[in-house]
Design a protein around this ligand. Structure first.
Ligand SMILES: Cc1ncc(COP(=O)(O)O)c(C=O)c1O
Length: 494
């Protein structure tokens, strides 16, 4: 044992070191940050989509040894705004139509600042009764939007991937008592890869996955689903979960959830719906119709950081029989006995994998209350209309061919030159090469952002409109640029 240090010496070496800034410096720093964010948003439409540096360039720009000495905030902040912030692609730009766009509203941005500024611990009722109540209310709003019953429970998580994993963990516990060896999962060929990853983490092997083919609209073929379940049953296996998509990432396809629910009921399968991006369409009348059957799900995933205008990170998982979530995740170590009190006090750490968790519900709550559901519904409706509008304009283009959609804010298309190589296969190979090159040309332009994907053997471009600030002129400008770049690429391949 080291000899004990005399008390006076110990006292003498404690100097009240802290990381606090004085109030005036905090205010000044805060105002600078807010001014910068507002300035960026005010000029977003005129700006480019952003930029990307190579790893060599970012190393040169930013690499440094652990700084031992302090700098003042202004210097560090300036370094961030000059060297880091510009080197991103701006997902909230009105001409970002790639992947799944995310365009947060400013109220939710401030909500996140408030949460960070007060460092709420949203894991237990004891430490966050107010925030936990807000989260319960936000979950109730989502449940009502989807038509799920009051006894459903859920929680906000980092995003769709963790939400899918959380739901599947509940399904594993509830249906299989965690015995997975003979369990079988049914999912369409279009299901998001986060489900595959989640299943892998839960100990499900590739041989236990049944990838059910889709119909020409890329929706799960329920006849093939029923057949496959029958075969697995005959083979002595245990059909466990069916995954339905409420908006696939590739094409926005919506699986026939009513029919899937019937099959799930008949065969006692857990029905999980991945509505990560598409689920918020349920706020609109037409979306509710399109998503009919979602209310029969055993679990649903939604991502407020996608089509509900919250900043990253905000995912949500809801389980029909809420009790099962608690049975799956609850642990009670001795150092937590003080928080295990009344049943009515919800400890959100009992509903998922995080103990320490941030107050994500605030950004949803503040936005819904500030704008009202009506305005949110209007912007979601507007996105659906803008997607249909874009499809009409693209259909009228002599160079473009619509491949799928519109469906829940997404359609896919190809650039097709007037003259193609004579043989059919050669033509397809050439078209794929051309559209791959076109996607690369569009991305490099920084004037708009699109992404591409494979549908069967076809390379297509995806166009996804979820941004509340996208306007008709952004769609028209996108079309003009796509046609221009398409012709350039066509000439370069000639
Ligand atoms: C349908 C679907 N599910 C799940 C995810 C994964 O969500 P996250 O990226 O928030 O983890 C995505 C993301 O694009 C998605 O589109």
């Amino acid at each position: 044992m080291t000899p004990e240090i005399p008390l006076e010496q110990l006292e003498a070496r404690i100097h009240d070191v802290s990381l606090d800034l004085d109030p005036e410096s905090m205010r000044r720093a805060g105002y600078r940050v807010v001014d910068w964010m507002v300035q960026r948003l005010a000029h977003l439409r005129e700006s480019t989509l952003g930029q990307e540096l190579s790893r060599e360039e970012t190393e040169k720009l930013l690499r440094e040894a652990l700084p031992e000495e302090p700098s003042n905030f202004d210097q560090v902040y300036d370094e961030y705004t000059r060297k880091v912030a510009p080197n991103v692609i701006q997902l909230d730009h009105p001409r970002f139509f790639a992947f799944v766009p995310s365009a947060p509203n400013f109220v939710s941005v401030l909500a996140d600042a408030l949460v960070a500024g007060t460092n709420v611990f949203a894991g237990t009722w004891l430490e966050s009764s107010g925030p936990s109540q807000v989260e319960l209310i936000v979950l109730d709003w989502f449940k009502q939007m989807l038509g799920l019953p009051a006894e459903a429970a859920g929680l906000l998580v980092s995003g769709g991937s963790v939400a899918n994993l959380t739901a599947l963990a509940v399904a594993r516990r509830a249906v299989l008592n965690d015995e997975t060896s003979d369990a079988v999962v049914y999912l369409s060929e279009q299901t998001h890869a986060s489900i595959d990853r989640g299943l892998r983490l839960l100990g499900i092997h590739l041989r236990q996955l049944r990838r059910i083919p889709t119909d020409p609209q890329f929706r799960l073929d329920t006849k093939k689903l029923a057949e496959r379940i029958g075969l697995d049953r005959k083979a002595g296996l245990r059909p466990w979960v069916v995954i339905a998509n409420a908006g696939t990432t590739n094409t926005g396809a919506i699986d026939p959830m009513r029919e899937i629910a019937e099959i799930a009921r008949e065969h006692s399968l857990w029905m999980h719906v991945d509505a990560a991006y598409g689920g918020f369409a349920a706020l609109t009348a037409r979306g509710r119709e399109l998503l009919a059957g979602i209310e029969r799900a055993d679990s649903v995933v939604l991502d407020p950081h996608k089509w509900f205008y919250c900043p990253f990170e905000a995912g949500c998982v809801i389980v029909r029989n809420g009790r099962l979530m608690r049975e799956t995740f609850r642990i009670l170590p001795e150092y937590m006995v003080d928080v295990a009190r009344e049943e009515r006090e919800v400890n959100f750490c009992d509903y998922g994998v995080q103990l320490t968790r941030s107050f994500r519900a605030l950004k949803v709550w503040m936005a819904v209350k500030t704008f009202g559901a009506r305005r949110l519904r209007e912007v979601i409706d507007q996105c659906l209309d803008l997607t249909a509008y874009a499809v009409r304009l693209f259909q009228n283009s002599p160079h473009l061919e619509i491949a799928t959609g519109p469906s829940l804010g997404i359609f896919t298309f190809r650039y097709v030159p007037k003259k193609l190589p004579d043989s059919g296969t050669e033509g397809e190979v050439y078209l794929n090469r051309l559209n791959e090159a076109l996607a690369a040309r569009i991305i490099a332009s920084r004037q708009l952002m699109l992404s591409s994907t494979r549908l069967g053997s076809c390379h297509v471009l995806r166009f996804c409109v979820l941004n509340h600030r996208t306007r008709k002129e952004d769609v028209r400008e996108a079309l003009r640029l796509i046609e221009q770049f398409g012709q350039e690429v066509e000439r370069s391949l000639a």
